[in-house]
Structure formats: structure tokens, C-alpha cells
Design a protein around this ligand. Sequence first.
Ligand SMILES: Nc1nc2c(ncn2[C@@H]2O[C@H](COP(=O)(O)OP(=O)(O)OP(=O)(O)O)[C@@H](O)[C@H]2O)c(=O)[nH]1
Ligand SMILES: Nc1nc2c(ncn2[C@@H]2O[C@H](COP(=O)(O)OP(=O)(O)OP(=O)(O)O)[C@@H](O)[C@H]2O)c(=O)[nH]1
Ligand SMILES: [Mg+2]
Ligand SMILES: [Mg+2]
Lengths: 292, 273
Amino acid sequence: SLSNRLSEIMKKVRGWGSLNEKNIRDGLRDIKLALLEADVNYKVVKGFIDGATESALGEQVLNSITPVQQFTKVVYDYLVKILGEEDHDLKISFGGISVFMLVGLQGSGKTTTAVKLAHYVQKNYNKKPLLIAADVYRPAAVKQLELLSEKNGFSIYKEDNGKPVDICLSGLKFARENSYQVLIIDTAGRLEIDEKMMNELIEMKNRMKPHEVILIADAATGQVAVSVAQGFNEKLGITGIFLSRMDSDARGGAALSMSYITGRYIKFIGTGEKIPDFEKFYPSRIASRILN
Amino acid sequence: NSIFGGKKEEVLSEIEELLITADFGLEFTSEITGAMDNKMSSFEKDDHIRLLKDIIRERMTLASLPEPPTELNAHLIFGVNGTGKTTTVGKLAYKLKKEGKNVLIAAADTYRDAAIEQLLVWSKRAAVPVIRQFQGSDAGAVVYDACDAALGRRVDDLVIDTAGRLHNKEMLMEELVKIGRILDKKLPDAQRFKLLVIDATTGQNGLSQASLFNEYVGVDGIILTKLDSSAKGGIACAVSGKLQIPILYAGTGEKVVDLINFDVDKYLDMLFS
Ligand SMILES: Nc1nc2c(ncn2[C@@H]2O[C@H](COP(=O)(O)OP(=O)(O)OP(=O)(O)O)[C@@H](O)[C@H]2O)c(=O)[nH]1
Ligand SMILES: Nc1nc2c(ncn2[C@@H]2O[C@H](COP(=O)(O)OP(=O)(O)OP(=O)(O)O)[C@@H](O)[C@H]2O)c(=O)[nH]1
Ligand SMILES: [Mg+2]
Ligand SMILES: [Mg+2]
């Protein structure tokens, strides 16, 4: 694991006795390899190592009484800084209806996460959620959301025909008329390079004015995490990221890549297929997991 | 792009960046750049790319010539969650039907909500019948019935959809092993293809997925989906090289026709275009 690798590297670093420019660069080279193995994007790793090198070669580290601890701290702190320092909460409106739009690639976990989010919002904010079935493309997508929602006691708004944007607008109207407080929109999976499908999301965002546009991504995403996050963020604008399938043994380097490139934070993670398998994201935990 | 003539180090480092960014991974990439380093003598631009393609091609396991045809072929489709299995079952059934085969689909994902409904839509698109039970039924029982139906109806190709499962979930992997055993026992004379579906957007975790699925149930071939995305799917090449498993098909979109026979040369041309 990345943290095992990191502790191996640190053991070697401790063996150096004193720090100088050469062994700091060696240590960072090992860390670079460990990050690449964890699926952090190539260009992100380069930017990370350049930034960490600068801090590591600073006065503070080289003249420190405990240079090795300082060096370790520099790397760890830099990682946590990119991932967000503390946990980040949902943007919930305490007055009107909060609208959350879930977007992402095909199969990333949006439909499952939509119901997990409904459960979380109900339990932690005591707000009544309404799920909107805005995926009119995928066979049985509406049925899937319907079954999952009903099983867990949530209402959904769906239509047999109609465009996703219109379904959302009707869903908002329905929510107002029936005192729902949180609207969770499940959208169809799409490629960030699919202009027509991205335009649909842009229109949906403009008309629904969501409090959160959340990118749902698989924890095991590879190098393409940067293009995907950047694509969704530049075309649509995202307010946060959720990582699904963190219960796999994936190192999760995609998390670092996506936060780094968008400046947005990972707020929640999916840790299983069941509705309660949904937790807040703590940067220090994945920093350790990525490093090991 | 200095692959087109430059100092050796520059060329190798450019290739390293290209391959890593395509998800070939550190290990496979360094194997390839190491071989490039040894064989690169001239600095003609055409030689570099051709040499690189040759080095990669010879390391990937290519699909072997088709076995002598048997009465029945069974295709067991499995992989982690969300990779495109159900969609691929529909596409594969459609492809085989178009080739004039008598095809049957087995809906052995009895876990996920609306999985059977989803597969029914695909089976209509492929014009292929489905053997199914209900959500919550035993997946092995569905496979058992499907095998009987395949034999009874003189089916040429049986395509079996299974539930997504993470390779590090032991109980789920044991269920797949059980399904595999039922298939082996019920259709001993059939050609049984155990096919792992890998999502092209997956990173190095694909190696862990493939080696565990191979360990538990054995993998005869890889289906690489979502190749129409911005991902290059290099992880499937790394898996093919490391575990000696051929990539048989690739998914190139969300329509029933979007399944191609995987062609290594076309893929490498696309990668280095
Ligand atoms: N193990 C695990 N599986 C998950 C998690 N989140 C989602 N899944 C599974 O991943 C698969 C895909 O989930 P969906 O919710 O259908 O994904 P989606 O993004 O809505 O897919 P599309 O609508 O086709 O784009 C399903 O089998 C889910 O059960 C998770 O956190 N852990
Ligand atoms: N762009 C693209 N999307 C694909 C491809 N193959 C499948 N998909 C999409 O990926 C999503 C997931 O497909 P499924 O067939 O439900 O995946 P699955 O592996 O059966 O999912 P689980 O049963 O939940 O594990 C759907 O939105 C599909 O339309 C492909 O080749 N290209
Ligand atoms: Mg969905
Ligand atoms: Mg499926």
C-alpha cells in the first residue's frame, strides 16, 4: 500500500542521519514513484514534487534539529493541503429548497450515491429529500432509482417521457407543492468530451440553480481523473467531489489529482453498495492511504 | 514531440510520460522503455514508433486462433461494479445473433436493483431470449437453468451476466467461483469463456482486479469497455502483458453495435497517433 511504501521510504530517510539536497531529491524521487503507483496523475505528481522540493529545501528543514521528521511532515502537510486540510460539509440551504446535482462518468456510482445522500441528509439534517430521476437514457435507470428509493423510504419524482431539464423543473415544482426540502438530481452518466451531453448539464444547472454540483468518481480512476475533473469543472463548474467504491483496495490517487486540478474538495466517500455505506471524507486518512 | 528524433534520454522520457499517462503503469512502462533503450540505435522518427509498437505488441498476449467449433459456447461475463457488464452482454448477444448464431442470455445478476429489467431491454435490442428468475434468487440457480435451456434449445452461444463485485470481497468472489463450477459441471463439452470486463478509465487497480479474478475463477479473456472515453485503457495492456490474457473485445459506446473485436495494431495506431 502507499503508506507502507511511504514508511519504507521514511525508514531509508531516517538512515541518512543528516539531510542534504541530494538525499532530499532521492527521497522525493521515491515518493514520486509511490504516487504514480497510487494512480496520481503524471503531471500532478510533477507539480506536487516541485512544490514539495521547494519546501523541503527551505531553511527550516535543512537547519532543523530533526530534519527527517521535518521532511516527512513537509510531504504529508503538502498532501493534506491539496486534499483540503479539514472535512468539508454540504452546502445546505437552511431556508428554501436545497438542490444537489450529481454528475459523472458512466457507472461511477451516481444513482446509488443519490439515495445514500438522501439518507444522509434525512438523518443528519432532518430534511425531507426528493430524488429526481433525470436519467432518461440508460435502460431501467428510472426503475433502479425507484426501487432503491422506495426500499429506503424516499420519494422520487419521475416522468415517462420528457427531457431531463424539464423533468427537473417539474420536480422542483412538485417539491414546493409537497414540502420537500432537499432535491437530489440523478443524471445520466456521460463523457466530459461529449459536447451535446455536457450542454444538457449546463442548461440543467442554469435553470435549476443547484447549491451543489457534485462530481461522482470511482476511487480506482486512473490517469484520466485529471481530464475528467477538469472537463466537468471547466464546462459545468463543480462544487465538490464524492469518491465511490472506496471499499475496494484502490489506492485512490485519483482523489489527489482531482482536488489538485480543480481546487475543489472531496466531501464524501462511498464505502459499499448499501445505503448507509456513505461517510465524510477526512483528508488525513486518504493522505495516509495514498502514501501507503 | 521528441519521439520524432531527439536525444535518446528525451525520447525515452517522452515515451515514459505517454505510457504512464495512458495507464500502462510503472512496471510495464519501465519494461517497455528498457527494451527501447536496448534496441534503439538509429534516430529516424519512423523507426522509434514502429519499434515501440513492436515491443508492446510482442509483450501483449494476442487472441489465439479460434478453437475447432464446439456445439455450444458459454461466455461468463464478470468484473467489478459499473464496468459495463450488462451493456456488454447485450452487445455481445447482438453481435453473435448477427453472425447467425442461436443465442441465449442468462440474467444471473440477482442482486442489483433493476438489473434484470435493464438486461431485458438489451435482450430486446439484440432480439435474444433471456433465462431469468427474480431479484433475490440464487444466481447459481439461474445459471443452472440457463445451462439446461441452452442444451435443450440447441443454443450456439450462452451469454451470462453477473453482478458487479469487488475483487477484495471474499464472499462475492466465492459466489463467482460457485457459478463458474456450475457452468463447468453442467456444460463440460462446451467451450467456456470466462471474460473479465475492465473499464478503460481504471488505473493500476485493474492489475489487482485481474490477478484476483484470475486466481479465483480464471480469466480466459478481457473485454475493455469505454474505449470511447478520454482514457486510453493502457491498464488492459498491462494486464494482458503481465497475466498473459488476451484482450478479446472492446466497448466503444453505449449503443448495441458499439462492440468491436480488439485489434492490437489498430489500438497501438490510435495510441500513438
Ligand atoms: N462496492 C461498492 N459498490 C458501489 C459503490 N457505489 C456504487 N457501487 C456499485 O457500482 C455500480 C454502479 O452504480 P450506479 O449507481 O448504477 O452508477 P451510475 O453512476 O448511476 O451509473 P450510470 O447511471 O450507468 O452512469 C452498482 O453495482 C453499485 O452497487 C460503493 O461505494 N461501493
Ligand atoms: N461510453 C461508454 N459507456 C459504456 C460502455 N459500456 C457500458 N457503458 C455505460 O456504463 C454504464 C454502466 O454499464 P452497466 O452495463 O450497467 O455496467 P455493469 O458492469 O453491468 O454494472 P453493475 O452491474 O452495477 O456492476 C452504463 O451507463 C452504460 O451505458 C462503453 O463502451 N462506452
Ligand atoms: Mg445511474
Ligand atoms: Mg450489471
